[in-house]
Design a protein around this ligand. Structure first.
Ligand SMILES: O=c1ccn([C@@H]2O[C@H](COP(=O)(O)O)[C@@H](O)[C@H]2O)c(=O)[nH]1
Length: 276
């Protein structure tokens, strides 16, 4: 079985280093001329899939925008995941789960077990209950060739108050998360399957990402003010492992399929110019 790290490495080599978020904001539905209801949600999500799933390496549905429509929104999320994967994109479900280990095992079944209708290639998780509490998700990912992206240095301005706090050992909370994930990825080739989320807006914080040997998801590009040029200062020599992520910047080009494709092409070209 091919690991997620290997599949992601191949996808970004073949399609370019780009993740596009599927974030059906109410404002975007309106801008696309769609109703803010389940029918609008479905049209929006499946238009993005039609435009981009055969084109970009990774699609990242934001679960919150589907959950807000209840069970019918979840049904749209299921079909969005399934159709994206069938068309060849890797699906990173941005769901930011994190809980005590026994509950985490249920989340892992929901999102990383191929038997589940919500199974994605990878998910985002929060390490706030301790990186060790995420072990059931790491185990499920390893068993089925999935991936897990752990929040480390998030793109929002509130993040540093927690993530830059220094613990008893003199390391920041974020560096502790980075180091624990780095240990799991030791020796993985070409890339580990455990990734980190490091925002494109954070600037040079002095955190050491050099040993991660796993994918570094960089949200915050475009709408939040980050640009591909900012990635160099944040990631330094780890730049080759960065997966830049845009949502509103690309989605704002819709509803036309060709306009969405052109926006994604512009984004991947800008990222390639920095990452290679
Ligand atoms: O640190 C983080 C972690 C996740 N996100 C998510 O990425 C997208 C960003 O959307 P844009 O429209 O490109 O701003 C969104 O789903 C966030 O929940 C993040 O922004 N920062």
């Amino acid at each position: 079985m091919e690991t997620f790290g290997s599949r992601l490495h191949r996808a970004t080599r073949d399609r370019g280093p780009l993740c596009v978020g599927i974030d059906p904001h109410a404002a975007l539905l309106t801008r696309w001329g769609l109703p803010d209801d389940v029918a609008g949600l479905e049209r929006f999500a499946l238009t993005v899939v039609e435009a981009l799933a055969e084109r970009v390496a990774v699609l990242k549905p934001q679960s919150a925008f589907f959950e807000r429509f209840g069970s019918r929104g979840i049904a749209v999320l299921e079909s969005t995941i399934r159709q994206s994967r069938e068309a060849g994109a890797l699906v990173l479900l941005d769901v930011k789960r994190g809980d005590i280990g026994s509950t985490m095992a249920a989340y892992a079944s929901a999102y990383l077990d191929p038997e589940s209708s919500l199974c994605a290639d990878a998910i985002t998780v929060s390490p706030y209950l301790g990186v060790g509490s995420l072990q059931p998700a790491f185990d499920m990912a390893a068993t089925h060739g999935g991936g897990v992206f752990v929040l480390a240095l998030t793109s929002n301005p509130e993040g540093p108050a927690v993530q830059h706090a220094v613990g008893a050992g003199g390391r920041t909370v974020a560096q502790t998360v980075i180091d624990e994930i780095s240990q799991v990825n030791v020796g993985a080739d070409p890339l580990g399957s455990l990734g980190l989320v490091v925002g494109a807006t954070i600037g040079d914080t002095g955190h050491d990402l050099s040993k991660v040997n796993g994918p570094l998801l960089a949200p915050g590009l475009g709408a939040q003010g980050g640009s591909p040029a900012d990635l160099r200062a944040i990631f330094g020599e780890s730049l080759r492992n960065v997966l830049p992520s845009y949502s509103r910047e690309v989605l704002g080009a819709g509803p036309g399929v060709t306009s969405l494709q052109a926006a994604a092409d512009r984004a991947v070209d800008a990222c390639r110019a920095v990452i290679g």
